[in-house]
Design a protein around this ligand. Sequence first.
Ligand code: UD1
Ligand code: UDP
Length: 362
Amino acid sequence: MKLHKVLSVVGARPNFIKLKPIHDAIKKDLNHEIIHTGQHYDYRMSEIFFKEFKLPDPDYNLEIGSLSPGVQVGEMIKKIEKILTQNNYDLVLVYGDTNSTFAGAFAAAKANIRVAHIESGLRSFDRRMPEELNRILTDDISQYLFTSTETSFRNLKRENVFGKIYKSGDLSVEIIDEAKKLALNSKITKDMNLTPKNYVICTMHRAENTESDASFISLIKAFTNLSEFQIVFPIHPRTEKILKIKGIYQKLKSCENVLLISPMGYIDFIHLVNNASKVITDSGGLQKESYLLSVPCITIRRNTEWTETITEGWNVLTDTNTEKIVTAVKKWVPENRTPNPIFGDGYTSNTIKKILLNEILC
Ligand code: UD1
Ligand code: UDP
């Protein structure tokens, strides 16, 4: 029997992580090809995830690299369109909210190929965020919308989108379960001489924070006021580059309680998060992962699309306000957890596969 031909378009770290369970779920039943746009290209931002997750090499690497947003998306669309015209794909899958997500969806929509958006319907309601535009535009041109949470489902209903909306749950539940098992062998805390529950993990890369000197200065001030806390900071290349240009990198490096390290592979990173006392972050994925690992999360943003983690009491928004960050690290203790499957039942990839096979591609 001839299998349906499905194309995934990925390009940035969070896309690769979401690709893993979907690829594993559909690889036997569908002819699955992968385009890597090349948006992320450093070994530790890209290849390491394909290796750790035993994902096949992408069928195409567009090698787009770092460009201004409009040019980056434009180049991606141009190259994706060419591949679409040379193949007969039945469906294009896109994941999350990166420029690669939108470019994949737009190229497919223009080529009259159906698009399914995984992790759709999320809204921070802050249109200054490049990701918010990617989310809205991608949702608008997708025929099939797989939502992670009740709120994202309701957002799409309210927007009266053209595509069909499915409640699939979020892929992170199964990803974290798998990563936790693999992380049992991780020696990273030992190698880094870290005592479990005695350090805080920090990540920061969001444009709204990295474009502002004040955000960096506030965060560094918070670290200085938290001198009794060990902070482990795997630094995103965007953040490192901007800190160096702004001449602030040395200031951060000289904080004695801050351990600045390179971006990490997923398994060691999840091991570090699982053993941290708290997380400070502006990452979307990490807010979910902290929740799933029961590690209190301090989100250095003014808003979040993962609102359930806030209402459940395991995530607080502090923006980059020094005082709020310091108080949250020192004093905030979340209430005991009531089990609430806000991200679904942990079988999201299988749910999506069944919908693809039985409803969309039949
Ligand atoms: C992108 C996504 C963001 C996601 C993040 C995950 C968009 C609009 N943003 O942001 O939603 O949270 O990925 O990590 O798509 N760089 C390197 N090496 C790399 C990749 C990037 O040095 O492998 C540097 C370059 O200087 C580049 C900068 O990081 O200009 C920003 O990269 P880009 O992919 O444009 O955005 P991210 O901040 O990574
Ligand atoms: N992550 C990782 N290594 C790191 C930092 C983050 O593997 O050094 C993972 C993190 O667990 C998350 C994913 O990368 O699931 C994507 O996070 P990122 O902050 O890059 O993007 P976002 O989720 O904000 O779009």
